[in-house]
Design a protein around this ligand. Structure first.
Ligand code: NAP
Length: 539
């Protein structure tokens, strides 16, 4: 390939949910663009997360793309919360339908990205030694694509199979008859544990901090129901666009304190039986803001756990004591708590009996040794900024993005960051993509980025950068929205903390996502456009 062939007006990084839609938009506009994808195929999160139990926790029909009526009309979601294989089939279907694959280059892992001020372009060096150049780079790296492993002594010595859920092997993993250990009880761990509990000989769950979790209440979607959903798509997407989290569920506005405690409990009984995030997104807003309201709903959910787990000692260990309900990203579950009623499932609380080290045959805690054949790391991600940190991105004057963001990201609407011209982020830090139903947020994000790109091209501008003042103003807005919420005190990834990442400090918030809700974010971002891209310097 010649140097010219490796130059494109736009290079998109990542062929996941957002990269697929981004390249579609660029191709439709006739812009010379390609996608570089590090994996050997498309799909991003749904290509990678093949662990048993992986599925949407957004209603499938709110997760699909909304941009093509034809696509909406022809796709049948088989379940309300569709599983990973179907999700990956869907993304492949979209790419094939719109002939997008030919604009994608796979096995292309970008190692460094360097801004060339004289040429006004980016140079991208790949791990295989090749390089590309582009006037604009659009990152569609995904908020949860940089998996992190714990750092326990002896991890390399373990002789059995061991993998992170994100890297669950493509080949079937034989679970029958095996002694399996799962470390981590976030949304991923909770899905895996519930799914494999009755398929393995023995399952040991190593839990550091318990998470609140409520039923997913999944069900199949019949052909008739799918027809009804199709007829309602405009309404569905309209509803999602009005809700803070991008779901059909909307907060209850009756006012927490206007109802009696009995009325509230009766309401929660209804929500607990409803699918998806109804219990969270359809609840009273006060539970996220008011300590007393939060305490009451937390006690309600704790009681539900106590009702479902036979052994009261185990039940107490599964109930979070360090944060209230909704104080971290809520995992949804299917018979998760019942798994602990099985004789072959054992809960190890790492708060009571920490891991001392790994051994060739298992895990040694302060209470004893657990013999294991397989260890599953459901230990999460260096969320939102991790994927950026893994590329050496050098902007104006050689400043690295890693340095600029060492204490946490700083962006203009999660799309631009000063000092890194012509770098557009879809689902970037401090946007709403980390805090909402992802595809609903990224469609808006892609449209916004594409609009800005068109605006620059139409005006014959070759350099686009956020103004420093405007960026500072947006960061203040992000902090303000965050400070209102009770989860500001949590240790989950919403506050940007990950104990496995060097440089992260417990108790120090990294403001990684905008929590003011998608409608407010969209209104403000649209106002920027209406004001002629106020805060964006074009030259
Ligand atoms: P996570 O929520 O960050 O959970 C990681 C788990 O691993 C936590 O329980 C954590 O304990 C534990 N852990 C981390 N490091 C550890 C260590 N060194 N020793 C012991 N335990 C350790 O990660 P995740 O479960 O992968 O979920 C991440 C996000 O992915 C979710 O919040 C969600 O947004 C998304 N997701 C979505 C779905 C879906 O249904 N669509 C499914 C899965 C994930 P601590 O809590 O003590 O840190």
């Amino acid at each position: 390939m010649t140097t010219e062939e490796r130059h494109h007006e736009v290079i998109v990084l990542g062929a996941g949910v957002s990269g697929i839609y981004q390249i579609k938009k660029l191709v439709d506009l006739g812009i010379d663009a390609i996608v570089l994808e590090g994996d050997e195929d498309l799909g991003g999160t749904w290509y990678r997360n093949r662990y048993p139990g992986a599925r949407f926790d957004s209603e499938s029909y709110t997760y699909g793309y909304s941009f093509s009526k034809e696509l909406l009309d022809e796709w049948h979601w088989s379940e309300r919360f569709s599983p990973q294989p179907e999700n990956l089939r869907y993304l492949n279907h979209v790419a094939d339908k719109f002939d997008l694959r030919r604009h994608m280059r796979f096995d292309c892992r970008v190692e460094t990205m360097t801004w060339n001020e004289a040429e006004r372009q980016w140079r991208l060096d790949l791990t295989d030694g090749t390089s590309y150049t582009a006037r604009f780079v659009i990152t569609s790296l995904g908020p949860l694509s940089a998996p992190t492993l714990p750092r326990y002594e002896g991890m390399d010595e373990f002789q059995g199979l061991a993998f992170h859920t994100w890297a669950w092997p493509k080949e079937p993993v034989e679970l029958a008859g095996k002694r399996v250990g799962v470390i981590g009880t976030g949304a991923t761990g909770i899905q895996v544990i519930a799914e494999i509990a009755d398929k393995v000989a023995d399952l040991t769950v190593f839990q550091r901090r318990p998470n609140w979790s409520t039923p997913l209440n999944n069900s199949p979607i019949s052909a008739e129901e799918m027809d009804q959903i199709r007829a309602r798509y405009d309404e569905i997407f309209d509803n999602c666009s009005k809700s803070p989290g991008g779901f059909e569920h909307v907060p209850d506005r009756r006012g927490f304190w206007n109802l009696t405690a009995e009325e509230r409990r009766a309401f929660w009984d209804e929500l607990y039986a409803q699918p998806g995030f109804a219990i969270l997104a359809g609840n009273f807003m006060e539970i996220f803001l008011d300590e007393e309201a939060n305490r009451e709903v937390s006690e309600y959910i704790a009681d539900r756990i106590r009702q479902r787990v036979t052994d009261p000692v185990v039940a107490e260990k599964l109930i979070p004591k360090d944060h209230g309900f909704g104080g971290q990203r809520l995992p949804l579950e299917t018979r998760y708590f019942e798994a602990y009623n099985r004789d072959n499932v054992h809960l190890v609380s790492l708060q009571d009996t920490p891991i001392e080290r790994f051994t060739p045959t298992g895990i040694q805690t302060t209470a004893g040794h657990h013999d294991l054949d397989i260890i599953v790391y459901a230990t999460g991600f260096d969320a939102i900024t991790g994927a950026y940190d893994r590329i050496d991105i050098r902007g104006v004057g050689g400043q690295t993005l890693r340095d600029k963001w060492s204490d946490g990201p700083s962006t203009f609407y999660g799309v631009l960051t000063t000092g890194f011209p012509n770098l557009f982020m879809v689902a970037g830090p401090q946007s709403v993509s980390g805090s909402t139903n992802f595809p609903r947020a990224i469609e808006g994000g892609v449209d916004w980025v594409t609009g800005l790109l068109q605006h620059a091209r139409d005006a014959g501008r070759t350099r686009v950068e956020a103004e420093a003042d405007a960026e500072e103003e947006w960061v203040r807005e992000v902090v303000k929205a965050h400070e209102r919420m009770l989860f500001r005190r949590s240790k989950g990834w919403f506050t940007g903390y990950n104990s496995n990442v060097a440089g992260h400090q417990e108790g120090k918030i990294r403001y990684q996502a905008y929590f003011g809700g998608a409608p407010k974010y969209n209104a403000m971002a649209n106002q920027v456009v209406a004001d002629g891209y106020r805060g964006v310097a074009l030259s």
